[in-house]
Design a protein around this ligand. Structure first.
Ligand code: EPU
Length: 419
């Protein structure tokens, strides 16, 4: 297992290019199972989650090649059950259920458990598949689903915390090959859902309304191969903007979609961070005094839960009290105690974290607990004086393409060592 060693307390300078979006490419990879023709997906980030999803598709019989940011997936002959252990280990793999049911009318996937950020139930995925007419049995850790023919339906998919992103994706992928029209109400509006809809339309699917709470899908009988370019990763871009603000750096961020980042950019502006937009480029000029702010995570277009931990790292540096309320995943505060090791003063009160900022961070050994928590520790480590060692960096490699290399190119003193 690798560790990252960071010598912090120095500003960064230069340009960083944003990679393709992890949370867009994973469901798109699953959607490639819908056709027996090859699909070519470009702008794909080299992440361990992508490599893992490729293994899952291969275990279902698909041919998958991944070279130079391009994935070629050819699901000519596939079966409805893949490698149980692979599927069990990756939560995102639940979204192979929709395409398998749509194409083979049968799917067998493992029931995902909770994870470090919360309980993460899949009841809404199952509700959606049942509404389309699938019969489901949950037994020995598997969800087995079958149908004679999926039939279009009108379904309200909202849950306790609002819409579900992968639940919406799963249902869309099943519905494209269902008979008749499906209307998903309270659908997730995330840009990754729009990207999936664009990919599905490239396959020949008929979808309208993606990006709004009502998505309408007219089922078709067959889909064909396509080429698709994945959208840039708005969470990665937000992470670098926050990193620039935290380290008082001058950084230019290229290849992002600022129009997908309004909530984060608005909060940074409220803090007083100097960020300007030049076309699709974001220019961060560090320095100036920052003010405390309050944040509540929400479904898109609200403030993303996937940026909560990184913003908390910034808040620890701003004198005064900032409050983060987490409304999507109840226990997504594992980074709080690790930020505490670096000298942060954060108290958790129910779903809120109260950050008393400006106490000064000092390097220390810390442990990454999940993907976005790892990014928060990198930001805090870069801002802290002295040396920070972050263990369990494999969490970071799941979702940030070459983050240590990108930061080194900006002048950061960060290197990777095997434990
Ligand atoms: N929920 C239910 N029932 C369900 C599904 C979800 O109650 O059947 C609840 C969840 O417990 C949560 C809320 O609905 O409270 C929203 O969860 P959602 O289903 O939207 O999450 P997800 O689709 O499983 C994706 C991303 C996450 C991101 C969330 C929220 C992927 C692969 N994962 O998860 O990304 O945090 O949407 O935006 O797209 C990450 O990248 O670090 C990450 C965790």
């Amino acid at each position: 297992m690798d560790n990252l060693i960071i010598e912090g307390g120095r500003p960064l300078e230069g340009t960083v290019k944003i990679s393709g979006a992890k949370n867009a490419v994973l469901p798109i990879m699953a959607a490639a199972l819908l056709t027996e023709e090859p699909c070519r997906i470009t702008g794909v980030p080299d992440l361990s989650d992508v490599v893992f999803m490729a293994k899952i598709l291969r275990s279902l019989g698909a041919e998958v090649q991944f070279e130079d940011s391009t994935l070629t997936i050819h699901a000519k002959n596939i079966k409805c059950v893949g490698n149980y252990d692979l599927i069990r280990k990756m939560r995102g793999s639940i979204c192979i259920m929709g395409p398998l049911l749509g194409r083979l009318r049968e799917a067998r996937v493992s029931m995902p458990g909770g994870c470090i950020i919360g309980a993460r139930p899949v009841d809404l995925h199952l509700k959606g598949m049942r509404a389309l007419g699938a019969k489901l049995v949950i037994d020995e850790g598997y969800i087995s689903a079958e149908t004679d023919q999926l039939k279009g339906c009108r379904i309200f998919l909202g849950g306790r915390a609002g819409p579900t992103v992968l639940g919406t994706a799963n249902l869309m992928m099943a519905a494209v090959l269902a008979e008749g029209t499906t209307v998903i109400e309270s659908a997730a509006c995330e840009p990754e859902i729009v990207d999936l809809a664009d990919f599905l339309k490239g396959l020949g699917a008929e979808i309208t309304g993606a990006g709004s709470p009502t998505i309408t899908i007219n089922g078709v009988t067959k889909l064909h191969g396509t080429d698709h370019q994945v959208i840039p990763d708005r969470i990665e871009a937000a992470t670098y903007v926050i990193c620039a603000a935290a380290t008082e750096s001058n950084v230019r961020i290229i290849g992002a979609r600022p129009d997908h980042m309004h909530a984060v950019l608005d909060k940074l502006q409220e803090c007083g961070a100097n960020i300007t937009q030049e076309g699709t480029e974001l220019v961060c000029n560090g320095g100036g005094e920052l003010n405390p702010v309050d944040i509540t995570t929400m479904p898109y277009s609200g403030f993303p839960t996937d940026v909560q931990a990184q913003f908390m790292a910034l808040m620890t540096l701003i004198p005064g009290i900032s409050i983060i309320t987490e409304r999507i995943f109840e226990s997504r505060f594992m980074h709080v105690s690790e930020l505490g090791r670096l000298g942060a003063n954060i108290a958790i009160e129910g779903p809120s974290a109260i950050v008393k900022g400006g106490t000064g961070l000092r390097g220390a050994p810390v442990m990454a607990s999940d993907l976005r928590a790892s990014a928060a520790l990198v930001i805090a480590g870069l801002a802290a004086g002295g040396s920070t060692r972050i263990s369990r960096v494999y969490h970071l490699d799941r979702g940030y393409e070459k983050m240590d290399q990108k930061l080194r190119a900006l002048g950061a003193k960060i290197h990777r060592v095997a434990e």
